[in-house]
Ligand binder design. Structure first.
Ligand code: PLP
Length: 378
């Protein structure tokens, strides 16, 4: 294992071991594993933390997206706008429903989908008529410009489904990522800012009818026992996951603050070593209020060689994501080509995520930065 991993879940677990074990034990003693009090309590705690009207626990972030689009009635013949630079689940949720993912490029500085990229797609009348929803992805923990997204949604009469999988804890003007659109989708994959002991997810929405629909859809479309009003799926939030997440939710604000502090420290260390502009670029701004730093992603010249250099020094760095979705084999049927989205393609060749987690020490961060500085001095 790397001396400095990209994330150290064991370090975090050590600080909450007793509480987590007790919470799991309580579920085991109750032998009540499917929905019930523990899940409902977590849903209302999460809704309160996020400032969301309704929160529905589901089995994963991928299912949160799938169920949200199902609740909006997305299906064959429809199109949904998604950024090409994101995790694959953002777009497979669309494809799984028989609808078409309509890829958009990103902004070079933020790595996020922006108004211009979306307007370009909607400018074509025939395309616009098919678009049912836009999925802004708050990538790496940084929020998209939601005022612009909502305005676009209203103007073009399309729904906004926020992919907030990587941005639990991010806020803009006091409003949480995932609570500004029609629906917000969260992932509690273990490496997320709020991570479970396995897969889990959540959908937030201000709309009571959509919340009710998602509750129905996540449990086989079952309204009363063995009466199935709609065709649903099995995607309930597990009670054991809810119990673990409820414990961790109490710390998530502290953890996000610690992530931000470490991001700020990276920025200062990079400036000290005069790295920006001489190898390492696009240093994230830790003062950016709408950033929860699920990942600390920079652009690096000679990226792959730098990654190898760091690995040799026992430092784990990762590439999120090496291939934009329009070039993924699973989407080849859509007919996109290299060159279609140059900003995303350039990002994919340059991005590098450095170790970042609440327990990362100053000594460790200094070692990361010194190793990078040594690489660019060569
Ligand atoms: C941007 C994004 N969307 C969707 C997902 C899917 O979430 P999950 O892994 O919980 O299914 C993830 C996480 O893996 C993600 O990073």
């Amino acid at each position: 294992m790397a001396k400095i991993p990209i994330i150290d879940l064991k370090a975090q677990y050590k600080t909450i071991r007793k509480e987590v074990q007790q919470a799991i034990d309580e579920v085991l003693e109750s032998q009540h594993f499917i929905l019930g009090d523990v899940v409902e309590r977590f849903e209302s705690d999460a809704a309160a933390y996020l400032g969301a009207k309704h929160a529905v626990g589901v089995a994963s972030g991928s299912d949160a997206l799938l169920l949200s689009l199902m609740a909006l009635g997305v299906g064959p013949g429809d199109a949904v706008i998604v950024p090409t630079f994101t995790f694959v689940a953002t777009a497979t949720a669309v494809a799984r429903l028989g609808a078409t993912p309509l890829f958009a490029d990103i902004e070079p500085d933020s790595f996020l989908i922006g108004r211009e990229q979306i307007e370009m797609l909607l400018a074509e009348k025939k395309t616009a008529a098919r678009v049912k929803a836009i999925v802004p992805v708050h990538l790496f923990g940084r929020m998209c410009a939601m005022k612009e997204m909502s305005a676009l949604g209203k103007k073009h009469r399309v729904k906004i489904v926020e992919d907030a999988a990587q941005s639990f804890g991010a806020r803009d003007g006091g409003k949480s990522a995932g609570t500004l659109g029609d629906l917000g989708c969260y992932s509690f994959f273990p490496t997320k800012n709020l991570g479970g002991a396995g897969d889990a997810g959540l959908v937030a929405t201000p709309d009571a009818a959509l919340a009710a629909k998602i509750r129905l859809l996540r449990a086989h479309g079952e309204d009363t026992k063995y009466r199935h009003d709609v065709i649903g799926v099995n995607s309930r939030l597990d009670a054991i996951q809810a119990a673990v997440l409820a414990v961790k939710l109490r710390y998530v604000e502290l953890w996000c603050a610690a992530r931000r502090e470490r991001a700020e420290r990276y920025g200062k260390l990079f400036l000290d070593r005069k790295l920006p502009g001489s190898g390492l670029n696009s240093i994230p701004d830790a003062r950016e209020p709408a950033h929860a730093f699920n990942y600390y992603v920079v652009r690096a010249e000679r990226r792959d060689a730098l990654k190898q250099h760091l690995a040799a020094a026992g430092i784990q760095a990762e590439i999120y994501y090496p291939t934009p979705l329009h070039l993924q084999p699973c989407f080849s049927y859509l007919g996109y080509r290299r060159g279609d989205f140059p900003v995303a393609e350039k990002a994919a060749a340059e991005v590098l995520a450095l170790p970042l987690y609440p327990e990362l020490t100053e000594v460790q961060q200094t070692a990361v930065v010194d190793s990078i500085a040594a690489f660019y001095r060569r």
